[in-house]
Design a protein around this ligand. Sequence first.
Ligand code: SF4
Length: 225
Amino acid sequence: MLISEIFHSIQGEGRYVGVPSVFVRTSGCNLRCWFCDTPYTSWQQEGEQRTIESLIDEVVRYNCEHVVITGGEPMLVRELVPLTQQLAALGHHLTIETAGTVDLNVEADLMSISPKLANSTPQGSEWTARHDERRYQPDVIHRLIADYDYQLKFVIDTPDDVTDVEHWLEGFPAVTADRVYLMAQATDREPLREKSVWLADIVKTRGWRLSPRLHVELWGNTRGV
Ligand code: SF4
C-alpha cells in the first residue's frame, strides 16, 4: 500500500489529545478540501509502496501503544483490514482518521470521523462538483457510528459554519453532544488562537467539545512531527 509517512508524535486533536502515538499516513484521497493540510496525500500524492509486514515491523519498533492511521483517506486502502487486524492482535490501540465517505470493515478502537461540510469545497476547479457529490455519504456515517466507538470532528472556518454542523447533526439523532468536537480551520498559531476563542463560546452553549490542534500550537505547519 502507498504510505506517505510514519512518525512518532502526540495526538493533537480530539479525545486522545496529548497521547503519544505512532502515525501511519496513507497516500490518496477521494476529496479535495481547499484547506487540506496534507496535499501530499491528496492532489500531490506521494509515498512509498509498503508491505503490511514492513509497516508492522516499523510500528512495533516505536514501542507505543497508540497507533493513528490517517491520510489522505485511509478507508480507501483495502489492505487496511489485515493491517488493523494484526495491529489489534498485538495489543495496539487504533484510531482511524477518516472523512466518513468510504466504508471498510477495519479494526478500530476509535473511529475519528471528520465530516466535510460545504465550507470544504474547492471553488472554480474540476473538483468542485466531484467533491460536493462525494463529501456527504450518510449511509457510511450511520454504519460507522453504529459499529464503532467514535468522535466527530468538524473543521470550522467562520461562525456561519456552525449552522451547517447543526443541520448535519439533525440527520444523526443518535449522536450525543459529547461526541462532537469543533476545531478551528488553521495551519498557523495566531488564526488558530483567534478562532478557538469564539469557538469556545459556541461549544459552551451546545455542550459540544472544543478540540485543540496541539501539533499546530507546538510546531506550526511542520510536517511529520
Ligand atoms: S479529506 Fe482530508 S486528506 Fe482529503 S482533501 Fe480533505 S483534508 Fe485533505
